[in-house]
Design a protein around this ligand. Structure first.
Ligand code: FMN
Length: 369
């Protein structure tokens, strides 16, 4: 598996693991792959704590940081992140708030107790909120800075390069991939529709070779639907320089997932996900639930644009989680959820992927003899 990119990044295996959980990130990096921390849910102060911890637990091996700077979020000019949240809250209609309450009432989900701290709902989904996260990331020594949802701003790419950090970006079409490369991105993660979280419409096996051809010789990581080493062999056979994975790390022993979500992921098969705007306003693959179905009903007011939809539903999600309601509780995950049926340490997942990769390559070699 020693692709050129693996050598350039100093990796034993070009297996990249996206996770919001620092324990998973460090475990994959220590096992020879690259853990990449999803920074979205952290304030700059929290991110500093996480990166400090990761720096100390990676044995000097390379890790990455993933930020979300969507290209298309239009925000009032000159508004600072601190004032932004209140102004955006005012843009959420009463009709939408009433619909959320109606669905929760239908399932007897109680309100949050007064002593429960409300989350910070705007998250790093805007240029204004993601930039302080970048400033924090640059104080540490990630080998890779990754951006989801659009090309990272050119000045961010340049600053990362000045710090000796490579920049990657997710793409769900050859056109997106081309834009990234034109913006100076070093690596493109070609993510097929099977993937968990925000995702496009083209399936991995159709997308990967198109992106590889479009931006050659820029390295491409194959993402979306990878849960078995033979799929990594297929991706490398197409010319990818590595595999970028997300869903499979949700059910590893180090994962901090809530028990109900873990249980539902282990039980679900590959038909039980849906690409829905219910969580963030942009299509994101997640478990299909009574909650995602409700947003498609005739009485639904429709989805709000990002970042308003998440601000609208964040408390509702917290209430659903606290109530333990099985019908409504969901989680972002890809179609590989059907291949995730037991919990094991992250290092065992890495080893298994490598073994399955070797078996697949040997199968092919036999065909040539
Ligand atoms: C729970 C979850 C949250 C995700 N959040 C992000 C994110 O914040 N930023 C990002 O770049 N990708 C995010 N992704 C997508 C992953 O980076 C990755 O591309 C995807 O999981 C790959 O497909 P797979 O789920 O089939 O492995 C998320 C994926 C999951 C499952």
């Amino acid at each position: 598996m020693q692709t050129q990119l693996a050598r350039d990044l100093g990796l034993e295996f070009p297996i990249f693991a996206f996770s919001h959980c620092r324990d998973v990130v460090a475990a994959v990096t220590r096992a020879g792959g690259m853990g990449v921390l999803g920074a979205l849910y952290f304030t700059p102060e929290e991110l500093e704590i996480e990166l400090n911890w990761i720096d100390e637990h990676c044995d000097g091996k390379p890790y990455g940081v993933d930020l979300v700077m969507p290209a298309k979020v239009q925000l009032p000019e000159g508004v600072k992140a601190d004032d932004l949240e209140g102004q955006l809250e005012d843009m959420i209609t009463q009709e939408h708030r009433d619909f959320v309450e109606k669905v929760l009432a239908e399932y007897d989900v109680p309100p949050l107790p007064d002593d429960v701290q409300r989350g910070h709902h705007l998250l790093g989904w805007t240029d204004a909120t993601a930039r302080p996260q970048i400033d924090v990331a640059l104080q540490y020594s990630p080998a890779l800075l990754v951006n989801a949802l659009g090309p990272p701003p050119k000045d961010v790419v340049d600053t990362a390069h000045e710090h000796g950090i490579k920049v990657a970006a997710l793409a769900s079409s050859p056109r997106h991939a081309r834009k990234h490369v034109d913006n100076g991105v070093d690596i493109v993660v070609a993510q097929g529709t099977e993937a968990g979280g925000h995702t496009g419409e083209i399936s991995s096996v159709v997308l990967w070779p198109q992106v590889i051809e479009e931006i050659a010789p820029t390295p491409v990581l194959a993402a979306g639907g990878i849960a078995h080493g033979s799929q990594i062999a297929a991706a490398l056979a197409m010319g990818a320089q590595g595999a970028w994975t997300g869903s499979i790390w949700l059910t590893v022993a180090e994962s901090d997932l809530m028990p109900l979500a873990l249980e539902k992921l282990l039980e679900a098969d590959s038909t039980q996900t849906v690409r829905s705007r219910a969580l963030t306003g942009k299509p994101a693959r997640q478990l299909r639930t009574a909650w995602t179905d409700a947003w498609e009903r005739p009485d639904s007011p429709g989805y709000l644009p990002m970042p308003l939809q998440f601000m609208l539903v964040a408390d509702a999600n917290a209430r659903i989680t606290r109530s333990g309601n099985r019908d409504l509780a969901g989680f972002p995950v890809g179609q590989v959820v059907g291949m995730m049926d037991h919990v094991q340490p992250a290092k065992d997942v890495v080893r298994q992927l490598v073994e399955e990769y070797i078996e697949a390559v040997e199968r092919l070699e036999k065909l040539n003899n």
